[in-house]
Design a protein around this ligand. Structure first.
Ligand SMILES: *[C@@H]1O[C@H](CO)[C@@H](O)[C@H](O)[C@H]1NC(C)=O
Ligand SMILES: *[C@@H]1O[C@H](CO)[C@@H](O)[C@H](O)[C@H]1NC(C)=O
Ligand SMILES: *[C@@H]1O[C@H](CO)[C@@H](O)[C@H](O)[C@H]1NC(C)=O
Length: 165
């Protein structure tokens, strides 16, 4: 009997602890069919926004295309001479957007001039949950009162548990 109540009490504590955990942000994965004779200039606007830590996964066929990371000048002139990275083995190529900056990719097989180039600007991760205080004082007060209700309830549960033993 005591053990059962103790177990139930532990379960309540565990559930409360999980409910109080902040939600975590996860990186997104963006798949892109990297094909000749395709104009990718609108692709970022259609698929973004992109955040630091997200991944681009290029699907392409070896011999038909490659994925060359270049700087802005290389992007503008479709020039792969000063490649930052070079992937030509085909199938898939996963690239982590690990910095907050603009990334440039081109295909060096000549299709870049037809639009086969990609410009991706990454943004900083947004804060996990924006504080309500900055937006609306009454909303903040409401949130605060809800929070204190939560803690009062948690305290009551804990007190009840302590009385059990
Ligand atoms: C990419 O690397 C391959 C193999 O090393 C090489 O043949 C090719 O010329 C390189 N392409 C560019 C644009 O640097
Ligand atoms: C991002 O990744 C590139 C390629 O792996 C690496 O050279 C660079 O140092 C990394 N940047 C950061 C901030 O980790
Ligand atoms: C690609 O599309 C953009 C906008 O849709 C356009 O401005 C640009 O000229 C196109 N590029 C080519 C090479 O057709």
């Amino acid at each position: 009997m005591v053990m059962t109540r103790r177990r139930a009490a532990l379960l309540v504590v565990a559930v409360c602890a999980c409910a109080a955990l902040p939600s975590t942000t996860t990186a997104n994965k963006f798949s892109i069919n990297w094909k000749p004779n395709t104009n990718y200039s609108d692709w970022p606007a259609q698929h973004g926004p992109f955040y630091k830590g997200d991944w681009l996964v290029f699907y392409y066929t070896a011999g038909q295309a490659d994925v060359i990371q270049v700087d802005a000048a290389g992007y503008n002139t479709c020039d792969a001479t000063n490649a930052i990275s070079n992937y030509s083995k085909g199938r898939t190529y996963a690239f982590e957007l690990n910095e907050t900056k603009t990334y440039y990719f081109i295909c060096s097989y000549g299709y870049c001039f037809g639009g086969m180039r990609l410009q991706i600007k990454t943004e900083k991760l947004p804060p996990p949950s924006p504080p309500a205080a900055a937006k609306d004082k009454s909303a903040a007060a409401f949130t605060a009162s809800r929070a204190s209700l939560f803690y009062a309830a948690a305290a009551a549960v804990l007190a009840a548990i302590l009385r059990m033993f």
